[in-house]
Design a protein around this ligand. Structure first.
Ligand code: HEM
Length: 463
C-alpha cells in the first residue's frame, strides 16, 4: 500500500499530540513542511490524511464528494443541532438542502436586508458618546442580533435571547472533555452503538452541569417549537422562519416537519453568526492596519452608496470592499479546516487512502500557500479584483466547496458589507489593539485580544 508520508514512530506521534493541544495550526504547518502537502498518520484505530493540495481538496469536496461523509464524532453535537444541514447525510441532507436553498434564495435575503440595516443602525446609535469599543464584541453582538431577528422577527427577541444563551452554554459544555471517560470505559466492550450508549449514560448522570445541559436542550426545544406553531398560524410572511415554513420541495411537494424546522433553526443560530463575526473582526483589523485600504474602502462606499446605509441593489457594487473581506478571509479563515471520512478506499494523487480515514482539508494553510498566492502573507485585496481573480477554485475555500459548501455565504457577504458600510459611514476607528494577533483557536479562528479601537464620528478628525 502506497500511503502518504507522515509521522509513524511512537515518539513522533506523541510529540504531535502535545503540539496539537498547544497550537493545532502550527502543527499543520509543521507537518506539511516536513512531509509534503499530503500527509498521513494513524493513532490507534484512527487514521488521518491531511491535505494542503488544491487538487486533492477538490477531489474530496467536489469530484468524489459522494464517497465522503462529514467526519464522525458529531454524536454529542447532534444533541443540539439534531439532523440539521450541518450534520445530516445522504438523502436526509439532500432533501433538506433543497428546502433550505429555497429559503436562502436571493429574494428571501432581500426580504430581510432591512433587518441587517436596522439592527446595524441601532448598534451605531448605541455607540454615541463612547470613546473606545471592542469591535470583536460588537461584531458578535450584531451578527447574533441579525440572525435572531431575521429568523424570528423583532417581537420575539426575548425568546431569541433565551435560546442564544442556552445554545452558548450547551456548546461550552460540549467542548469540555470531562465525560469522555464513559466512552473510554465502553471502548473495549463488544457492543454496538457505543457512542449512543455513552450519551445515554451521560444523560443519566446526577452531575449539576450534565443536568443543566440536558435541561437547556429541553428549554430550547420548547421555545423553538412554540415559535414554529405561532408562525404557522400567522397569515403574513415576514421573517426567515416564515420562508423556511413556506419552502416546498420541488421533487415531492412536501414541506419541513416541525422537527426539521426546529433542527434547521438551531443550525442557523449556530452556523450563522460566529463565523461572520470573526470574518468581520479580522477584516476590521486588516483595514485599520492598512490605512490606504481603509481610505479606498471609504471612498468606494461614498461613491456607491447614496444614503447612510446600502440598499440591496447597491451591495453588489461594493466591489473593492468585498475584495477586502475576501482577502481577509484568505489570511484568516473563520473555519480553518474541513473534515470528511471516506466510505470506500480511494486514491488521492497516487496515494492509497484506506476506507474510514479522517481526511482533513486545511483551509488555513492552502490559503497561505505560495504555490497559489505569490507573497502569500501580504494583505493584497487586489488579488480578488477583476482579472487578478484567477486562483484555483479550491485554493480559496473559506465557505468550503462542492455540494456541502456554505449555504449562507451570500447572506454572510451581504450582511458583512451592510455592517461595514453603516459603521464606516458613521464612525472612524483608531487602532488600540496590538500586532501580531495571537490566535484563539476553537472551532473558529479568532484574535485572542479581540479588536479594541478608539471611536470618533466619521470625518471629524479630518484636517
Ligand atoms: C463568513 C461567514 C461564514 C463562513 C466563513 C462559513 C463557512 C462555512 C463552511 C467552511 C462550511 C462548510 C463546512 C463543511 O464542508 O464541512 C459551511 C457550511 C454551512 N454554513 Fe456557513 N459560513 C459562514 C456563514 C454562514 C451563515 C451566515 C449561515 C446561515 C445563516 C451559514 C450556514 C451554514 C450551513 C447550514 C452549513 C452546512 C451546509 C451543508 O452541509 O449543506 N453559514 N459554512
Amino acid at each position: 500500500m502506497n500511503q502518504p508520508p507522515g509521522p509513524r514512530s511512537f515518539p513522533d506521534l506523541l510529540r504531535m499530540l502535545f503540539a496539537r493541544k498547544k497550537n493545532p495550526i502550527k502543527l499543520y504547518e509543521d507537518i506539511f513542511r516536513e512531509y509534503g502537502d499530503i500527509a498521513f498518520f494513524q493513532l490507534g484505530s484512527y487514521r488521518f490524511a491531511m491535505l494542503n493540495d488544491a487538487d486533492a481538496i477538490e477531489q474530496v469536496l467536489q469530484t468524489e464528494a459522494k464517497n465522503f461523509t462529514k467526519s464522525t464524532g458529531y454524536e454529542r453535537f447532534k444533541l443540539i443541532v439534531g439532523n440539521g444541514l450541518l450534520v445530516s447525510e445522504e438523502d436526509v441532507w439532500r432533501k433538506q438542502r433543497r428546502l433550505m436553498s429555497w429559503a436562502f434564495a436571493s429574494k428571501n435575503i432581500e426580504r430581510i436586508h432591512h433587518v441587517m440595516v436596522q439592527e446595524t443602525q441601532d448598534l451605531v446609535a448605541r455607540w454615541q458618546g463612547k470613546k473606545d469599543i471592542d469591535l470583536a464584541e460588537e461584531m458578535n453582538l450584531i451578527t447574533l442580533q441579525i440572525i435572531s431577528v431575521s429568523l424570528f422577527g423583532k417581537s420575539q427577541i426575548h425568546e431569541a435571547n433565551v435560546i442564544r444563551e442556552s445554545l452558548q452554554d450547551m456548546l461550552k459544555y460540549l467542548q469540555t472533555t470531562k465525560h469522555l471517560w464513559i466512552q473510554f470505559l465502553l471502548w473495549p466492550l463488544p457492543l454496538k452503538n457505543k457512542r449512543e450508549l455513552a450519551l445515554k449514560i451521560e444523560a443519566s448522570l446526577p452531575f449539576k452541569d450534565t443536568r443543566k445541559f440536558f435541561k437547556a436542550i429541553e428549554n430550547v426545544d420548547r421555545i423553538v417549537n412554540a415559535m414554529i406553531v405561532e408562525r404557522k398560524n400567522k397569515k403574513e410572511s415576514t421573517n426567515f422562519l416564515d420562508a423556511m415554513i413556506e419552502s416546498t420541495d420541488s421533487e415531492d411537494n412536501t414541506q419541513m416537519t416541525s422537527q426539521q424546522l426546529r433542527d434547521e433553526v438551531v443550525n442557523m443560530l449556530i452556523a450563522g453568526h460566529e463565523t461572520t463575526a470573526n470574518a468581520l473582526t479580522w477584516t476590521w483589523r486588516q483595514m485599520i492596519n492598512h490605512p490606504e485600504v481603509y481610505a479606498r474602502v471609504k471612498e468606494e462606499m461614498g461613491r456607491v452608496v447614496a444614503g447612510n446605509a446600502p440598499t440591496f441593489e447597491e451591495l453588489p457594487h461594493l466591489v473593492y470592499t468585498k475584495a477586502v473581506l475576501e482577502e481577509s478571509m484568505r489570511l484568516y479563515p473563520p473555519f480553518w479546516r474541513i473534515s470528511r471520512k471516506n466510505y470506500a478506499a480511494t486514491t488521492i494523487k497516487g496515494y492509497d487512502i484506506p476506507a474510514g480515514t479522517n481526511v482533513i482539508a486545511s483551509i488555513y494553510t492552502i490559503q497561505r500557500s505560495e504555490t497559489h498566492w505569490p507573497d502569500a502573507l501580504v494583505f493584497k485585496p487586489e488579488r480578488f479584483l477583476g482579472e487578478n481573480k484567477n486562483h484555483h477554485r479550491f485554493a480559496f475555500i473559506p465557505f468550503g466547496g462542492g455540494p456541502r459548501a456554505c449555504i449562507g455565504s451570500q447572506f454572510a457577504i451581504f450582511e458583512a458589507l451592510t455592517i461595514m458600510t453603516i459603521c464606516m459611514k458613521n464612525y472612524d476607528f483608531e487602532k488600540k489593539f496590538s500586532e501580531p494577533a495571537e490566535y484563539f483557536i476553537s472551532l473558529t479562528l479568532q484574535p485572542r485580544d479581540g479588536c479594541k479601537v478608539g471611536l470618533s464620528p466619521s470625518g471629524s478628525k479630518k484636517s
